[in-house]
Write a protein that binds this ligand. Structure first.
Ligand code: NAP
Ligand code: GDD
Length: 333
């Protein structure tokens, strides 16, 4: 039986990945931080077979101890501060968590292996945000990076470091350059979930307006449950590598809004207002993946279309609001 350690276990991708790995017969450990992480009861209920180990990406010693305890065959580094606007407000924290956190995990793996080449395989959650002000469209593995946020810069550091550990220490280390992926488990601060949650509340009479920023930005949105299969597949290859993961289709924020309101039979123009607070200091205008390498080498393809994703998220939030009207929080960040 293989053992995997997943950082970022309380996040969207961590839960889908843990469920997937457990379904494949893995023993899965999730790294949790804090003395009383508020998401733990939810996590226990969602994935009863998951094991937990303490650790923080800001604390090298805790990562060394976690790797020593778990002795994983595979490490998936999904932990990060992942909300782009926060990166302008707390750039040093983002640099340390999202950037240097990668170094700390890689060092913990290297130290655990003594002098030899680390046997443990490593996955880094790289991001299409690294393409930023994209030099070409669609973006592929060798498209030059032009990050537009401290978050994108931190991800680029982690990405190059992963390549460097592969080349310096012979590690099986891979980066998934993942384009935006969403689900009913997406944090409410991200635009898709903010829209789906608001549409549900508007439909059920609990909210009247939805304030958004730039409606023209375009993203390549896929379903998170599909994307975690690609992460695992990367670590099963003979050698580590970098892979772009996305659908190959871009849609604007406005298109997402239109589809979400359509799903409940409402006209978005009567509810959506734009608000300067949600405009970013520097925007990423258009991200669209060229995922052909992943299809060719990993046999990976997305399974959920844009319309299916919107419907899945809106339907899930309608259910949430009906079941527990107070549980949803629409972020004002
Ligand atoms: P998410 O829902 O925001 O989850 C982030 C995770 O990081 C949470 O489990 C959080 O744990 C953990 N974390 C934050 N600070 C930490 C620290 N100091 N030490 C340990 N863990 C810490 O993110 P996601 O959407 O699942 O994304 C997973 C990864 O993929 C992230 O690295 C993200 O940057 C990257 N990515 C995401 C997308 C996307 O579209 N979703 C696309 C490309 C790349 P707490 O519960 O303790 O806060
Ligand atoms: N969050 C948010 N809230 N975004 C808004 C809003 C709003 O009210 N209005 C418009 N947008 C626009 C943003 O300006 C951006 O262009 C787009 O919606 C998507 O924003 P997010 O959903 O916050 O995601 P992101 O693209 O910035 O970042 C996500 O994807 C990256 C991969 O490309 C995150 O998951 C990152 O962690 C990930 O690396």
């Amino acid at each position: 039986m293989k053992t995997a350690l997943v950082t970022g276990i309380t996040g969207q991708d961590g839960t889908y990945l843990a469920e997937y790995l457990i379904s494949l017969g893995y023993q899965v450990y999730g790294l949790v931080r804090g003395q009383n992480n508020p998401k733990l009861p939810w996590l226990h209920e969602l994935i009863p077979d998951l094991r937990l180990v303490e650790g923080d990406l800001l604390d090298q010693g805790s990562l060394i101890a976690a790797i020593a305890k778990v002795a994983p065959d595979e490490v998936y580094n999904l932990g990060s501060i992942s909300f782009v606007p926060l990166a302008w407000k707390q750039p040093e924290l983002v640099a340390s968590t999202t950037g240097l956190g990668v170094l700390r995990v890689l060092e913990a793996i290297r130290i655990a292996s003594g002098n030899g080449s680390p046997r443990c395989r490593f996955y880094q959650a790289s991001s299409s945000e690294m393409f930023g002000k994209a030099r070409e469209t669609p973006q592929k593995e060798d498209t030059p990076f032009y990050p537009r946020s401290p978050y994108g810069v931190a991800k680029a550091y982690g990405h190059y470091l992963t390549i460097n550990y592969r080349e310096s220490y012979g590690m099986h280390a891979s980066s998934g350059i993942l384009f935006n992926h969403e689900s009913p488990r997406r944090g409410p601060e991200f635009v898709t979930r903010k829209i789906s949650a608001s549409v549900a509340r508007i439909k059920l009479g609990q909210q009247s307006k939805l304030a958004l920023g730039n409606l023209d930005a375009q993203r390549d949105w896929g379903f998170a449950g599909d994307y975690v299969r690609a992460m695992h597949q990367m670590l099963q290859q003979p050698e580590g590598g970098d892979y772009v993961i996305g659908t190959g289709e871009a849609h604007s924020v406005q298109e997402f809004v239109e589809a979400a309101f359509e799903q409940v039979g409402l006209d978005w123009r009567e509810h959506v207002v734009t608000d300067e607070r949600f405009i970013r200091p520097a925007e990423v205008d258009l991200l669209r993946a060229d995922p052909r390498k992943a299809e060719r080498e990993l046999g990976w393809k997305p399974g959920v279309s844009f319309r299916e994703l919107v419907a899945m998220m809106v339907d899930a939030d309608l259910h949430n609001v009906r079941e527990n009207p107070d549980a949803l929080f629409v972020s004002t960040l």
